[in-house]
Design a protein around this ligand. Sequence first.
Ligand SMILES: [Zn+2]
Ligand SMILES: [Zn+2]
Length: 255
Amino acid sequence: MKEKLYTIELHDALVSGDECPFCYLERDLEQKAIEFVLGSSYMESDTRDQTDRQGFCRHHTKMMYDYGNSLGNAWILKTRMQHMREEMAKEMASFKAEPAQSVFGRLMKKDGAAAEGTSVGRWIRSEESHCYVCGRVDETYRRVIDTFLHQVRHERDFLDLVKQSKGFCIHHFADLLDACAQGLDKKEQDMVFPVLFEQMNRELSRIQEDIDWLIEKYDYLNKDKDWKNSRDAVQRTMQKLVGGHPADPVFKNQK
Ligand SMILES: [Zn+2]
Ligand SMILES: [Zn+2]
């Protein structure tokens, strides 16, 4: 089956005026995933089986708390806790304080970094490396990136649309560049990289001007001058640097 393309969603994100179309889409995917997991799906055994095994990262745990639904959260937590207790009991029964690797392995530390620490410590860290919500979001996000590449290849005007947008946050820019390098041929890369680089330089300097001016505005000499685009420069600069929407209100269950 052909993978679904997110052309409409990507188009809407690019014209949304957001500082990053991928942040814009990620917010939507994240909220839908939280709604799904705390909707009725938590009573379905296959979903719960997955949440038991994958757990939730700290960021999404906080989102689930804020969203509400104590009973739903309690059911999810109850069996995730059971799962963790069972697994941890096994890990503790075979506890090793020494790193798994040999002395030779430790000399080769750079490659073996993940094997550092005690056996239980390593198991805990591996449990922290996956999250049910992150997993759901990432799956679609990857397809959105694929859609971007598809559009570069097949839509003549697509890059113009990209040029007119506000660029990307630095976090998502990394994924985009890597995907372009992997998925586009040399000719396509020669076309797309200069466009992306020029745009990022331009948009980052725009943000720099906004945040610089916000500071200047606090000088009493400038108190009667116009704010220009600086009023919300803090949250937009935060987003540009690390991604996300720091000024968003808490996402709550509206029902
Ligand atoms: Zn972003
Ligand atoms: Zn997560």
